[in-house]
Design a protein around this ligand. Structure first.
Ligand code: DAT
Ligand code: MG
Length: 149
């Protein structure tokens, strides 16, 4: 089983999409093992988006992600990183596949509603930025046999 980091961005929270988005992950069969709302501040934003430092959209990206609370999630499942990314769709909502979260709810690359780790290495790094080990849970779901063969 793999873990990934997902985050409903400030626009998703402000627009009242938290429940709908979390519901999609639950219905898919991904297991929620970490969940909290937080306000991202300067240094945390720069650490999270460090790979984009120096790019023209970095400043606006940090302003956006720190502008209002986010909802942070750790999701567990078989190939959770790619499963969650597929559910989110391409970075630009206008290019995202129909039915994906970004295609369904987004209109602008700078307001694309959700973040998802792009690899298992990123997932581990990002989970550690936003969660302390004791904030993550480990539990058995009785319906596991109805989700996985
Ligand atoms: P993703 O969020 O799909 O992993 P990314 O890591 O390349 O995409 O970029 C992080 C965020 O930065 C992305 O969700 C939206 C913003 N962004 C990326 N490329 C951009 C661009 N060309 N113009 C404006 N914002 C951009
Ligand atoms: Mg990325």
């Amino acid at each position: 089983m793999e873990r990934t980091y997902a985050m409903i961005k400030p626009d998703g929270v402000q627009r009242g999409l938290v429940g709908e988005i979390i519901s999609r992950f639950e219905k898919k069969g991904l297991k929620i093992v970490g969940l909290k709302m937080l306000q991202i501040r300067g240094e945390m934003a720069e650490t999270h988006y460090g790979e984009h430092k120096g790019k023209p959209f970095f400043g606006p990206l940090v302003d956006y992600i720190t502008s209002s609370p986010v909802v942070a999630l750790v999701l567990e499942g078989k190939d959770a990183v790619s499963v969650a990314r597929e559910m989110m769709g391409a970075t630009n909502p206008l290019k995202a596949a129909p039915g994906t979260i970004r295609a369904t709810y987004g209109m602008d690359i700078g307001r694309n509603v959700i973040h998802g780790s792009d690899s298992t290495a990123s997932a581990e790094r990002e989970i550690n930025i936003f969660f302390k080990p004791e904030e993550l849970t480990s539990y058995k779901r009785e319906l596991e046999a109805w989700i996985y063969e």
